[in-house]
Write a protein that binds this ligand. Structure first.
Ligand SMILES: [Zn+2]
Length: 437
């Protein structure tokens, strides 16, 4: 079977280098054959799904609507549809499909008509953050620390933060805001590492680290908080030592037990901002839900293979479940432990998260709120899709079905074997409702 200039030999798995072209050229129209008048669109494939498409970033397919386009992708790459949809007919809760950056459930769902040259993107939820199996955790909290008050900066502080202070967007008052702020970092792993380092350097007043895991040699490929001599230490302790080595002024609070529905409210309530670097869906959803109930700003990031996702959720303005109502069923999206992650990718995504929290603290610029930033390191492309508060959201919508914290028994590195089935059904139903609305 010939796919035009995008040659894939499915027997050998080799791909013509031209297939890495980000957008189809007019030559690809030759591939469609058949002489139909159907519009041809470019379907963006994120790296977790790319093994199905011979490592192609884009696949051209024709069809009158999204459903036909995806069916045609499946014709070219059998198994693609079941990878995306599972056995069902509706787009599952852990997958979003965008037509030219707009999520299709806000259009006509999979019946949304397409036009020649449109771009369709199929984006799964990614669990990855710390990236190692069991890192997302916390300890019983202390009572919320009283907010720090910073008076005049000392001479040493003026020197240390001089490159901030001379910026008109920061100045001495902005630097004081940073020093009075508290930020909780979920996971001292791949994402938590660059986040913690840059926030420590910036002089954040209090940094909380939630992680019960210990440092393993396999962490050192990407987790820059930890070094060889730290192997075997609690990650939260190792993180504290690294932060203090960079900036002894930062107060570091370690939470070294698994974060659960029993302790997440106590832990999270002690901080102004929460940054999610969780490596598994259980922690990712628990942190999202807790931030919603406590009205805490959440800076969310996730990574897998060569892909990263980052966004910001502000109180009462949408949440992770607006985007992905429920975790994926077993095996639908691989974890970092199963699939791996490029170490340097953690730095890019984590640094964006650190940047976003600093902007929120300073009250400057446009945050990623309302936008999901997608980073494709293989193509070296950043793209954005619009996200919105979903009135049918199972958590923050008008008729929520998630009204209490849920402990998903699902960890990165294992199957998502015990996802709450009823809630998954409710989430899928909500999504179907949206799609048909
Ligand atoms: Zn929501």
């Amino acid at each position: 079977m010939d796919h035009g200039h995008l040659h894939l030999d499915r027997n050998t798995g080799t791909v013509d280098p031209l297939s890495h072209l980000p957008y189809p050229t007019t030559n690809t129209r030759l591939a469609r054959g058949g002489g139909t008048d159907m519009p041809a669109v470019s379907v963006y494939i994120p790296t977790p799904f790319r093994k199905m498409t011979g490592n192609r970033q884009h696949v051209e397919a024709e069809g009158a609507d999204i459903g036909e386009v995806l069916a045609n992708v499946d014709k070219q790459f059998p198994g693609f549809r079941s990878l995306v949809f599972g056995s069902g007919e509706e787009v599952p809760a852990h997958i979003n499909i965008y037509l030219n950056k707009q999520e299709i459930s806000s259009l006509q769902g999979i019946q949304t008509k397409v036009s020649e040259g449109d771009e369709v993107a199929v984006i799964p939820a990614l669990a990855g953050g710390a990236g190692d199996g069991a890192s997302q955790n916390g300890t019983a909290p202390n009572a919320a620390a009283p907010r720090k008050r910073i008076g005049a900066l000392t001479a040493e502080q003026v020197n240390r933060y001089s490159r901030h202070i001379i910026m008109p967007q920061v100045g001495p008052s902005g630097q004081r805001k940073i020093m009075e702020s508290s930020v909780l970092i979920i996971g001292a792993g791949g994402l938590g590492s660059p986040i913690a380092v840059y926030l420590a350097l910036a002089g954040i007043g209090k940094i909380g680290i939630v992680d019960f895991d210990t440092v393993d040699i396999s962490n050192l490929q990407r987790q820059i908080l930890h070094q060889n001599d730290d192997i075997g230490k609690h990650k939260a302790e190792s993180a504290k030592e690294t932060i203090h080595a960079y900036n002894p002024d930062v107060e570091v609070v370690t939470h070294k037990v698994p974060i659960t529905s029993d302790n997440s409210m106590d832990i999270i309530s002690g901080y102004d901002y929460v940054i999610n670097g969780a490596d598994n869906f259980a922690a990712r959803y628990l942190v999202n839900d807790t931030c919603f109930f406590l009205k805490k700003p959440l800076i969310d990031g996730s990574i897998l293979l060569f892909d990263g996702q980052v966004t910001v959720y502000l109180p009462d303005k949408g949440c992770y479940r607006c985007l992905y109502p429920a975790p994926p069923p077993p095996g639908m999206v691989p974890s970092c432990a199963e699939a791996g992650v490029l170490g340097a990718l953690c730095g890019t995504v984590g640094t964006i998260q650190a940047t976003e929290v600093l902007k929120l603290i300073l009250g400057v610029g446009d945050s990623l709120h309302g936008r999901l930033m997608l980073y494709d390191a293989l193509a070296m492309e950043f793209r954005q899709v619009r996200i919105r508060k979903d009135p049918n959201c199972v958590l923050c919508g008008e008729n929520p079905t998630v009204t209490a914290l849920i402990d998903y028994d699902a960890w990165c590195g294992g199957a998502f074997g015990h996802t709450n089935e009823e809630e998954q059904k409710a989430a899928d139903a909500a999504k179907a409702l949206k799609a048909n609305a």
